[in-house]
Structures are given as C-alpha cells and as structure tokens.
Design a protein around this ligand. Structure first.
Ligand SMILES: C[S@@+](CC[C@H](N)C(=O)[O-])C[C@H]1O[C@@H](n2cnc3c(N)ncnc32)[C@H](O)[C@@H]1O
Length: 270
C-alpha cells in the first residue's frame, strides 16, 4: 500500500484508527481502506453515524463561539482529531482575533497533519499527548508557552472521553485538568451514550463491537455518568442535553433523529 505524505512512518497503516474513521464519517480524505472498511461495518448497524458526527462538530462550533463571546481567548482542545472544516482556531478567531489554541491528540496522523496545516502560525500548537496523562499535557512547553493558565481557558473534550475506559479513570483526568484552570474557565464536552439513539440498544451495541474489534473500545455512558465530568463546574444553560438542543442555530425540525444520540454540555468554573 502506498504511504501518503501525511502518514508518518511510525504508524501501521493496516490497522484502523479512531481519528481516521472519524475523518471518513465527516467526508475527509485522510483515511485508508482499513478505516473505511471499519466505518462501513459500523454504519451497517447504525446508518446515521455521519449525522451524529456532524451534530457533534456543529455543537463544538456553537460552543466555541459562545466561549469566545463570553470573553475566552484561550482554548485547549484535547482529542482534537484530524483538522477538518471549521476548526477551533478558525471559529475562535472569527470572534476573537489573536485567540490561542493548543490542539492535543495521541494519534500520529492527527498530529502530523495538524502540524503541517498550522506550520508558521504562532498562536496555535499541535501536541502529541495522551488525555490519560493530564500532567504531561499541562507541563508541556506548548501549553506553558502559549496559554496563560492564570486566565480563563476553554477546555474542549469533544467526542474523546468515550474512548477512555473506566480503568483509566477519566473523571480523575478531567478533574486534574480542571484543577489547573483559572476561575471563569469552561469545560466543553460531548459524549456517546445509548440514550437518545433511535435504535434498539442491541443494534447500537453492534457498533460498540466494531470498535472493540479494532482495539479502540468505545464506552457508552449514561447521562448521569457523563454529568460527573462536570463536578466543580456550574452548567451553562440549557445544561447537559442532546447535541442539537444546545443553543441551536437552526429549527429543531431540520435535525436528523440520529443527531439526538449522546450528550453535550458546557460548564463554567466558579
Ligand atoms: C471522534 S474524534 C473527535 C475529534 C474532535 N474532538 C471532534 O469532536 O471533532 C476523537 C479523537 O480523540 C483522539 N483520542 C482518543 N483517545 C485519546 C487519548 N487518550 N488522548 C488523546 N487523544 C485521544 C483520537 O485519536 C481522535 O482523534
């Protein structure tokens, strides 16, 4: 198989990756046949998967716009993925020129492509690091150099916590990150859940099996479990809700039923 320039030598391109599967769902071109094959298998059970991803991106853009309108100029986007249309720095800068963004992902393609796209941009950085090791992210030269942690930061954990298993204590990881942030900081989060999926749970469970097969377990959590990530934050209205219901731009009747799968929310640190 030919290796394109955006695929670092270190990666095994015969193994599917979460970030490249997601890129495929969103209509991107940074994916291989193994990724497309896994995505198509998941879509056999849940044909609305791309709609969920689109609703997720649309929420993220609304939440970044909201944070910027509230005066936030610094963003830490962990599990940022392969750059696609409407990235955090584009949305943030439209409202706040000079906004600073640190992107973090543990996927080598996401990091390499992000670094290539953002080369020479002094107000952004793309870091290879793992959400399960929050202190390494906080102590890294990019966060230290680009973000002033004494001022509010929007911490984005969008569609990433459902890839962190309970054994790795994602609640503690979020708390560790949150503890380092100044009052007025925001947590922007989406998370997969069986709640809201317009399918019987057994059928949705087959999608979870596909991710298990590719050794990137997808952990569905209940609304109550997802709410725990916001410990110490005050929820911004309308709270933890299905993605299209969070401060929508469009009329709800325009939404696909699959867009209501999972939850989204924004919290403000007191
Ligand atoms: C579904 S994509 C979401 C991308 C983006 N946040 C969005 O919502 O459009 C999930 C991303 O999280 C990354 N990821 C998964 N587990 C991670 C971890 N433990 N640390 C850092 N990144 C992780 C994956 O590599 C992938 O790029």
């Amino acid at each position: 198989m030919e290796r394109p320039a955006w695929a670092p030598r270190s990666i095994d391109i015969s193994v599917p990756s979460v970030s490249r599967i997601y890129d495929f769902y969103l209509g991107g071109s940074h994916n291989f046949e193994v990724d497309r094959e896994a995505a198509r298998r998941a879509m056999e059970f849940m044909p609305g998967l791309p709609k969920i991803m689109q609703a997720n991106r649309a929420f993220m853009r609304r939440a970044v716009r909201f944070a910027a309108a509230e005066g936030i100029t610094q963003f830490l986007d962990i599990g940022s993925g392969i750059p696609t249309f409407g990235t955090v720095h584009e949305v943030a800068r439209a409202a706040r020129p000079g906004a600073r963004v640190v992107y973090v992902d543990h996927d080598p393609v996401a990091v390499a492509h992000g670094q290539a796209v953002l080369e020479g941009d002094p107000e952004t950085a793309v870091v290879a690091a793992d959400l399960r090791k929050p202190q390494e992210i906080l102590d890294g030269p990019e966060v230290r150099g680009l973000l002033d942690l004494d001022r509010p930061v929007a911490l984005l954990l969008v569609a990433v916590l459902h890839f962190v298993e309970d054994a790795d204590d994602p609640v503690a990881a979020v708390r560790e990150l949150s503890d380092a942030l100044a009052p007025g900081s925001m947590l922007v989060l989406t998370h997969a859940s069986y709640e809201g999926i317009p399918l019987p749970p057994e059928q949705a469970g087959r999608v979870v099996d596909v991710y298990k097969d590719i050794r990137n377990p997808l952990i569905m959590r209940s609304r109550e479990e997802i709410a725990r990530f916001f410990e110490g934050y005050e929820m911004v209205e309308p709270g933890l809700v299905p993605m299209p219901d969070w401060r929508p731009d469009t009329a709800p009747e325009d939404e696909d039923p699959f867009a209501y799968s999972g939850f989204a929310g924004v919290g403000r640190a007191a």
